[in-house]
Design a protein around this ligand. Structure first.
Ligand SMILES: Cc1cc2nc3c(=O)[nH]c(=O)nc-3n(C[C@H](O)[C@H](O)[C@H](O)COP(=O)(O)OP(=O)(O)OC[C@H]3O[C@@H](n4cnc5c(N)ncnc54)[C@H](O)[C@@H]3O)c2cc1C
Length: 269
């Protein structure tokens, strides 16, 4: 039977030069460039591969974020996703992973209403910014569905169950889970394709519905800062590394002697 699959994707910084406003402690977003979270490319690819493997299947992409998160959704369409949906609005600002998981779960329920059902949700293991790895399991918990992380292979899939390989330190587990389910996939699972020309044109033309709190019918006490049990006390860039000490001149023996003296002076040996 065909599957309805939803891939969760996030727009994240594509630069290592992150600046924090010392006055507010917030990221200076206007000074940064953003792209689809690189780990989510693997989640998108797996969704598209499963769609290709099971004829008649459908794959959608879902993101929670600022309006510019549409870029991650359009990139997903360019790589083969059929439709995309954005959850956005001031009520969601400040959401931690708990509130993010709830909002995404509500988005998935809304997609299930539109498409008849959702059988499988695919997240990546982590993002390259907040990098907690909590959102996939949180979505599973909010939906009350099985959640399996560290997935490196989808061995078998039917309309009732999945057989997966879950990466472990000393090998892998073979896990069977009932559908509907949420999985979080690793980079080892596939090699993402590049966007096709047809995909890029579809991405440009796609109308992406944007859902706020009212459209999703969320309980507003569970989203945004109010719905987030975590509070960021302070956010700051790491201190600049102090300048190193260069040992110069002399023979290798003299340099070695100077090095030992320096290490002794610093009480490192
Ligand atoms: C107290 C607090 C306040 C915060 N305030 C803000 C804020 O004001 N603005 C802000 O942008 N962030 C804020 N964050 C960060 C925000 O909570 C995280 O960005 C978000 O919950 C995702 O967590 P993560 O990046 O660790 O995802 P991970 O758990 O590492 O991501 C795993 C996977 O889950 C999916 N996923 C994760 N996030 C999303 C998403 N948003 N949409 C779709 N799929 C997703 C992707 O498939 C991803 O690969 C705040 C965090 C905390 C703790």
């Amino acid at each position: 039977m065909p599957l309805n699959i939803v891939v969760c994707v996030k727009l994240t910084p594509s630069t290592a030069n992150i600046e924090i406003d010392p006055a507010t402690g917030s990221l200076r977003r206007e000074k940064m460039s953003f792209a689809i979270n690189p780990f989510d490319e693997y989640a998108v690819e797996e969704g598209v591969r499963l769609k290709e493997r099971i004829p008649g299947s459908w794959v959608g992409a879902l993101s929670l974020g600022a309006p510019d998160s549409e870029a991650a959704l359009r990139e997903s369409i360019a790589r083969g996703v059929d439709e995309a949906f954005l959850i956005s609005g001031p009520a969601f600002e400040g959401s931690d992973t708990f509130a993010t998981g709830y909002a995404l779960a509500m988005g998935i329920k809304k997609i299930a209403q539109i498409k008849g059902r959702v059988d499988l949700v695919i997240c990546a293991k982590q993002t390259n910014d907040s990098d907690t790895g909590q959102v996939g399991p949180a979505v599973a918990a909010w939906l009350g569905w099985p959640g399996i992380s560290f997935v490196k292979k989808v061995e078998e899939v039917s309309d009732k169950f999945l057989r997966l390989h879950r990466m472990m330190e000393d090998g892998y587990d073979v896990i069977e889970a009932d559908l509907p389910a949420v999985i979080a996939v690793l980079k080892e699972i596939n090699e993402p394709r590049l966007a096709s020309l047809k995909g890029k044109m579809a991405a440009k033309k796609a109308a992406i519905p944007r859902w706020g709190a009212a459209e999703l019918g969320v309980d507003e006490s569970k989203i945004g800062r109010r719905g987030s049990p975590c509070a960021v006390a302070q956010q700051a860039a790491p201190p600049a590394r102090p300048q190193g000490h260069r040992i110069q001149g002399g023979s290798p023996q003299e340099k070695a002697k100077q090095l030992v003296e320096k290490l002794q002076e610093l009480k490192l040996i």
